[in-house]
Design a protein around this ligand. Sequence first.
Ligand code: NAP
Length: 304
Amino acid sequence: MTQIYDRVALIGLGLIASSMAHAIKRTGLAREVVGYARSDETRQIARDIGLCDQIYDTAVEAVTGADLVVLCVPVGAMETVAIDIAPALKAGATVSDVGSVKRAVIDAVAKHLPEGAHFVPAHPLAGTEHSGPKSGFAELFDGRWCIVVPDICQDDQAIENLEALWRGMGSHVDRMDADHHDLVLAVTSHTPHLIAYTMVGVADDLGRVTDSEVIKYSAAGFRDFTRIAASDPTMWRDVFLNNKDATLEILGRFTEELFALQRAIRTEDGDMLHDYFTRTRAIRRGIVEAGQDTDAPDFGRVKS
Ligand code: NAP
């Protein structure tokens, strides 16, 4: 694989940044990968596991001389980080991010960047419920999509280089504008997370009534909700606060559908329920055929 960047700086060293560090190193996409994290503890862990070529105590030191800077912090922290690093950016550097929301990040970050910096936001559609510098692995992005949002970048080469980096890390790359991204992700990720959080909350309330039955007999459906609902609270708080309109729009539609299903159960409209579930089953088949999940029973889980 060809080297695309000389020095890449990762700001924030959690799941996504640590996976990027491993994936960039796997095929030599940059000569040097450096990093910065807010807390002493995270920086120390990153040093202990040899995550980057160099871990700095300040974001300014990390971005100095970097031709690519990637903001890998929660969406609500992007603006503070942008203000901090802006004066230290190398002329002509590309700045990107991996935030799960795009319009709010563009609004928060772009205005602080110096003229000549190329801002190319991106969002890898890959993750796990784990956080922190030890949770990353080189294969996280393999075969998954990364959405690049070129809305405000005038420099084609900067966009193409970032796309080449994501392809080099194993992703398929697509371009979208920021608002479309936020709506699509409200449907495919943000609202489903909210529903999972709610269902686990309901079960938790019930659990108090039925002692430990909810946990003891948790079958695959509920178990998958608990996995999703174990995702990082800071990250998800910021997602909902920063993708408010699209999430509320999809949640409104969800509530209407839920009422329709509720009525079908009450009126014993079996045909309606059967047709509905047949339609949704076809969507699952489509996801498997598109290579975005396994067809193995129980999602390919290995019994331990
Ligand atoms: P993570 O594992 O929780 O790591 C977050 C990192 O950001 C940590 O290094 C943390 O530093 C730092 N940080 C937190 N708050 C900060 C603040 N106020 N100022 C400066 N640094 C701060 O998170 P992640 O899962 O990698 O997520 C990072 C970004 O990727 C988020 O914007 C998220 O929306 C996006 N994303 C996540 C996923 C996913 O599934 N996890 C998928 C795609 C995109 P300390 O450790 O020092 O506290």
